[in-house]
Ligand binder design. Sequence first.
Ligand code: CDP
Length: 234
Amino acid sequence: MDFTKVSEGKTKIVYDYDKDHYLLYYKDSITAGDGARKDEIPGKGVLNAQTSAILFRLLESKGIETHYVGMYDERTMIVKKLKMIPVEVVLRNIATGSIVKRLPIKEGERFDPPIIEFFLKDDERHDPLLNYSHMEYFRLFSRKEAEQVEEVMKQVNNVLYKFFLEKGLLLYDFKLEFGKYQDRLVIGDEITLDSMRIREKDTLRILDKDVYRKGADLDTVKKNYEEFFKRIST
Ligand code: CDP
């Protein structure tokens, strides 16, 4: 890519595009366990870029602001320049993953209203849970901002949960990251099978990155990503 690299993460690269925009390039890498396991799945970057684009456009069409502007090529997104806040915000509809290990909650328990959690982005410390005081101390989100973010998470959930249900899919949980854009909090990063837990509604078959986390072969993982993309794009 003929642009200056601004930063590189485990699955994406940020380039400086113009005064107001970055390019977000989706790599073919897949990782788990805070980077402990890492593989390449040819074509995954394209699938994730396209998946993210569909979901960002869906949110924008419902009046929810994201960093998405358009596509530069099939695996590269043009995005607004946000000042990212290193917090992962998770909303859970159905219990699975870290919450059933951390708290006396059974796998598959339904949360109504959904549970929202904040985690510090810190692989070395395995993304520790944050409360409002922690976030104020680290100057991540003020209490008011944290409440705004929770409101946006619920709006996003209302849109995504319905959208997936219409495709025969169940949204267990998802993670978003936020950034500042002209003093507004805007959704950045990605919305893909790497950042959500999605199961087939009727069979509860796992379609998301949990398949990889559990050690499945890369071909199975890729087939799931392809199937998911096909289902949400038709
Ligand atoms: O993935 P793990 O069990 O460690 O964490 P979780 O807190 O249960 O994950 C909740 C949601 O956030 C899932 O949809 C994960 O895919 C997503 N997540 C993520 O996108 N990035 C992380 N570093 C951790 C979780």
